[in-house]
Write a protein that binds this ligand. Structure first.
Ligand SMILES: *Cc1c(COP(=O)(O)O)cnc(C)c1O
Length: 386
């Protein structure tokens, strides 16, 4: 059996994979089993922040693997503490809980919100409001948080206590809040899986003001938008928001599983001994990798990400067959005349890997993608869209 056949025979059929087997890569170039090279415009869905087999990243991981690869959370290890310190210093948050994925980071945020509200306002105050068209993960609770019906259908009953409002509809939120049962609002600044849809800044500001007034937590899911993806360390920084909780994962460790829930001073002591945990969470190898990623996300590097985003957008906007370009930084969505899946297929044939999100072509290249590769990928994309 070749890899395709073996995978289809033995791996649960939850993924509709492309008929490509990647065997190696360097930076933003990857090579398949037949020796064909591709420009990677997906980064493993915003995960490989510095591309494939990056030398600095490899050194950080290797050094830690040779020291200690795992000890559990029963003992102290330096990478976990140092990463938490670095995240807090860079953002002004007070405490971090580490898990292994975006869904787990959001689960932690939801537990923080539920416990905080129960203690402060009583057990009836437990509702988490999220936006329609959002995506927050695949566990039964984060599915309940996800504001897209089609993910829910086959898996009811979901965790209760979630309500969705249309993005931009503050009145809908106000109506929900009259009963005093809303603990928190969880939003994405740019909806990723929902089709690369940025939140309206005026709504974001009005939402924050209202939540502060009502003493309801503002929680931001930066699983996809975080860690430099949009040209700032976190996307909420573009919006000038002051969230109580931020969650992140995907690009945090540049290719190893790591999720984080960042807690502001207001909620830093909500979780105490035994309230939450994770066997792998804060794993020293993942944290060493993340520390190396975070150290490279300097202000000048982030300005470069923003500039590359502007460049890529400029190369695509107005091109034949491209109706619009949405997104922030190096997280872009193309509304194309041809079906997105067809564009992705043509690109793949011509040596560019890109993604879809709903009806859009989604681009999430490595943050350090060289400009010449970005230009070459844009050229192939334009040809595929025309
Ligand atoms: C990918 C994603 C998640 C889920 O992350 P996993 O690591 O797959 O659990 C949650 N929220 C957002 C915004 C995402 O993009």
């Amino acid at each position: 059996m070749n890899t395709f056949e073996m995978d289809r025979a033995y791996v649960a059929g939850t993924y509709k994979r492309f008929p490509v087997e990647i065997v190696s890569g360097k930076g933003s170039l990857v090579t398949d089993v037949n020796g064909k090279e591709y420009i990677d415009m997906g980064s493993g869905i915003a995960v490989t922040s510095f591309g494939i087999a990056d030398d600095v990243w490899i050194s950080a991981v290797e050094e830690q693997i040779h020291s200690v690869q795992h000890m559990s959370n029963l003992y102290y290890t330096a990478p976990c503490a140092r990463l938490a310190e670095a995240l807090c210093t860079r953002t002004g948050f007070s405490k971090v809980f580490f898990g292994n994925s975006g869904a787990e980071a959001n689960e932690c945020a939801i537990k923080v919100a539920r416990k905080w509200a129960a203690e402060k306002k009583g057990p009836a105050c437990s509702t988490i409001v999220t936006l329609e068209n959002s995506f927050h993960g695949r566990t039964l609770t984060t599915l309940a948080a996800t504001g897209q019906e089609h993910y829910h259908e086959l898996f009811r009953p979901l965790t209760p206590g979630f309500t969705h409002i249309p993005a931009g509809d503050l009145d809908a939120l106000k109506a929900l809040c009259t009963g005093g049962t809303v603990a928190a609002v969880l939003i994405e600044c740019v909806q990723g899986e929902g089709g690369v849809v940025p939140l309206d800044p005026a709504f974001a500001a009005a939402l924050e003001a209202y939540l502060k007034e009502q003493d309801i937590l503002l929680m931001i899911d930066e699983v996809q938008t975080g860690n430099g993806r949009t040209g700032k360390l976190y996307a909420y920084m573009h919006y000038g928001l002051h969230p109580d909780v931020v969650t992140t994962a995907k690009g945090l460790a540049g290719g190893l599983p790591l999720g984080a829930c960042l807690m502001s001073q207001k909620v830093e002591n909500v979780l105490s001994f035994g309230d939450h945990g994770s066997t792998f969470g804060g794993n020293p190898v993942a944290c060493a990798a993340a520390l190396s990623v975070l150290n490279r996300l300097t202000d000048s590097f982030l300005a470069d990400v923003e500039a590359k985003g502007v460049l890529l957008r400029g190369l695509l906007e107005g091109a034949s067959g491209i109706q619009s370009v949405s997104g922030l930084g190096l997280m872009l969505g193309l509304k194309t005349e041809k079906p997105a899946a067809e564009v992705v297929k043509t690109c793949m044939e011509n040596g560019v890997l890109c993604l879809t999100a709903k009806d859009k072509v989604r681009l999430l290249p490595a943050l350090n993608i060289p400009e010449d590769l970005l230009r070459k990928a844009a050229e192939i994309l334009r040809a595929a869209c025309a």
